[in-house]
Design a protein around this ligand. Sequence first.
Ligand SMILES: [Zn+2]
Length: 108
Amino acid sequence: MESTNMQHNGTLQACPVCHASVDFLQTLVIGSTDERSITHVTCTHCSHTTMVYSALSDMGTVTFGVLTDMVASEAQDLMRADAISSDDVLSAHKYFQSAQVEAHVNRK
Ligand SMILES: [Zn+2]
């Protein structure tokens, strides 16, 4: 993505795919703190969507965008989801271990 597509406030000034102007971009702030923000941007001209991450650092504002296929509501749901805990990882590991044992037994 060209850095010229970014504004200092963490939003795009043009679509990174079709280069439509900011007038064609719908933005929705998904999450923000004093120092960071995540914004979902939809281009109404070509329908591509981008997640724009922006953070303040000692060197200034760092902003980058990632093309995504998530619509705004899916991005909001993702941000509301609970973080994965270490207990969740251990449970998944145990599940796959038991599945492997069962698959191994079934092959005999
Ligand atoms: Zn576009």
